[in-house]
Design a binder for this molecule. Structure first.
Ligand code: UDP
Length: 253
């Protein structure tokens, strides 16, 4: 295959030029990072699992009319996506207190929130992605009021969809992060869900045992990250048959 042009390389994914204008190829790496990339490792099989899981979630969202960048999966690690102009904000939706919300407000992890809470963080690694308010977003021109309303609406729709899906397989969706991009249809601009939705960007707790099935396993050294993601994929029925993070050949009797 001809060498493709790399457009962008992030911590967990690489974007290449796509086959047609307005498209990109998104490649999922096995790299795991946390705490603003201070902690890093390579988790064999993570990229394959996240490619599959993000496909599953994005395609499902498309099926209920939530627009996303996902076009189709190409292979084990790559998917074809629509090129978007990423809004420089992380949209976090929370159902249960955990992580930075627990720390900031002194809420015990696991406390149910009275209603889903939508937060915005400014995407800037040098600043450690600070929490920002709608005032900052509008004053600094990162998004307009209509965009903000649309982002909240998209976040809540994704939350409803993902919460229901997870509940059906015995998992509680504690919180998640999405990124949103702009696309233009002629003169008309709209916002769509972009980046990825995977256990890298969600908190997922087993309802029965409380076991964490997300990136906190890596952040907090709670065990094998690929095992946790495999469990999510298995429960959702999206476990690729010939994948795993098994490094040794296994004998089949
Ligand atoms: N999150 C993410 N990328 C980030 C920051 C957060 O995907 O750069 C996700 C994280 O996995 C969790 C949710 O957003 O599901 C809320 O994260 P929180 O603000 O609690 O931050 P953390 O405790 O992860 O630093």
């Amino acid at each position: 295959m001809a060498r493709r042009k790399k457009v962008y390389e992030g911590k967990a994914k690489i974007l290449y030029e796509g086959p047609e204008p307005g498209t990109l190829v998104q490649y999922f790496k096995d790299d795991a990072t946390a705490f603003n990339a201070e902690k890093r490792d390579v988790i064999e099989g993570k990229g394959v699992l996240n490619n599959r899981l993000s496909e599953f979630f994005m395609a499902g969202l498309g099926g209920i009319g939530v627009p996303t960048h996902f076009i189709r999966r190409i292979n084990m690690r790559e998917q074809l996506i629509r090129a978007v102009e990423i809004i420089p904000l992380e949209v976090v939706v929370r159902n249960v207190a955990a992580g930075s919300l627990s720390k900031r407000l002194g809420l015990e992890e696991g406390t149910s929130l009275p209603r889903p809470i939508v937060e915005f963080y400014f995407k800037d690694d040098a600043l450690g992605d600070p929490l920002v308010t709608e005032e900052h977003i509008i004053a600094f021109g990162w998004a307009g009021q209509q965009d903000l309303d649309d982002m909240v609406a998209l976040g809540l729709r994704v939350n409803d969809f993902m919460s229901g899906l997870m509940l059906g397989v015995g998992i509680k969706l504690v919180d998640f992060k999405i990124e949103i991009g702009r696309i233009w249809d002629g003169d008309y601009m709209r916002l769509i869900v972009a980046d990825e939705i995977s256990p890298d960007s969600c908190r997922l707790w087993d309802i029965e045992s409380g076991r964490k099935l997300d990136k906190d396993v890596f952040r907090r050294d709670l065990g094998d990250l690929a095992d946790a993601y495999t469990e999510v994929a298995r429960r959702l029925g999206v476990m690729p048959s010939n994948v795993g993070h098994v490094t040794k050949p296994t004998l089949i009797n």
